[in-house]
Ligand binder design. Structure first.
Ligand code: SF4
Length: 366
């Protein structure tokens, strides 16, 4: 394990691997079982092989379609002619003093995005990006400052998990990296399907959490088509104040979303939560606490309290540990499930709200 505050340079081999993807046709990474079955049938092969082929890609780490161990030689040749694995390694890596790892990817459309890998006890979590940049414009977030560069495909999202050195140990995935998942909902839902299918990553939907600032049309789609967990970035219980922190509030008031989540007939047990970044003397007053209690008492929605990470030119400071504990204690004794999330990876700008810091630096003129 190495510790570094700046990105490590990619090796020549990894760049060659990335470039080889550009000259090949379809990619197996990002393909669903139905898509692969259609291809196999079209080519005159038995589509029963589809599941094992995809397991080789998503869980066994094969480097080329020829390495896939099942099926005839003829079928493997056809796969190798028409497909690459589509798996590309990170360009660069950084490691925090607390063990958090941050990876930089560049896809074949030249979009750059970051991924964070967190280990804690038996849990290995990958925090993935859904967009290169973001158009939501939350003022406390560096990704918002980076601006929107483009949507990532489901293949890009899956690749952020399966191309990492620790991919085989991953237990949880959170869609909390760069971008607003509900602004790219079709690709996010396709990625969730691959992550939770037996022929895919075979993770439980309960181990996958998608976050949103609260984009109603995307949330409606998400609840209908996925069983994964959902977390809403709240940050203030007061609409006028929230509009300043989360501009999406102007179009989609979070109170309406919370009401909708409460009334929605969830088919299976799904964890619903809100994220509340705590800023000293701004949203950590007694009236904020009281309003949070009024909003969430009697609901099954969990409140996750997070420390604030300073963005440059910002005078705001994070709430003290004591204040965060005070909030948690009062929420819990009011019957609300609440937790305090630790800050991870702040020294490599991998913490909440800091992704894209290095991309902005890398592209600064001079
Ligand atoms: S907090 Fe999330 S939604 Fe807001 S700008 Fe940052 S990445 Fe986008």
């Amino acid at each position: 394990m190495f510790y570094s505050n700046s990105y490590q340079t990619a090796t020549f081999d990894t760049i060659l691997m990335q470039d080889s993807i550009l000259v090949m046709g379809k990619k197996l990474c990002g393909t669903t079982i139905d898509e692969l079955r259609s291809f196999l049938l079209e080519m005159g092969f038995n589509d029963d092989h589809a599941s094992r082929i995809l397991i080789s890609i998503y869980r066994k780490g094969v480097k080329t379609p020829r390495e896939i161990s099942n099926g005839s030689g003829e079928m493997r040749n056809a796969l190798a002619t028409h497909f690459s694995t589509g798996i590309f390694p990170p360009r660069n890596t950084q490691c925090s003093s607390d063990g958090t790892e941050k990876y930089l990817f560049r896809n074949d459309s030249e979009l750059e995005f970051e991924t964070v890998y967190l280990s804690e006890k038996k849990r290995r979590t990958v925090c993935i990006s859904t967009q290169a940049g973001c158009r939501m414009g939350c003022p406390f977030c560096v990704t918002g400052e980076y601006g929107f560069r483009g949507n990532l495909s489901a293949a890009d999202m899956i690749n952020q998990v399966i191309s990492l050195p620790g991919s085989k140990e991953v237990t949880h995935i959170v869609f909390m990296g760069m971008g607003e998942p509900m602004d790219n909902i079709d690709e996010v839902l396709k990625a969730c399907t691959i992550m939770t299918s037996k022929w895919g990553l075979a993770l439980s939907p309960g181990n996958i959490t998608v976050s949103s600032v609260g984009i109603m049309p995307g949330i409606t789609e998400f609840l209908t088509r996925s069983e994964c967990n959902l977390t809403i970035s709240l940050h203030s219980p007061f609409p006028d104040e929230r509009k300043k922190m989360v501009p999406a509030e102007k179009k989609y008031p979070v109170r309406k979303i919370i009401e909708y989540l409460q009334l929605y007939p969830h088919k299976k047990k799904r964890r619903l939560s809100v994220a509340y970044i705590m800023i000293k003397d701004f949203n950590d007053t007694n009236s904020h606490l009281q309003e949070l209690i009024t909003l969430f008492k009697g609901t099954s929605i969990r409140v996750n309290l997070l420390p604030f990470h300073k963005v440059k030119n910002d005078n705001a400071e994070t709430s003290t540990d004591e204040r965060m504990l005070f909030f948690k204690h009062n929420l819990v004794i009011s019957g609300i499930s609440a937790s305090i999330r630790k800050s991870r990876g702040a020294d490599i700008s991998a913490a909440c709200g800091l992704l894209a810091t290095d991309l902005i630096k890398m592209h600064q003129p001079g």
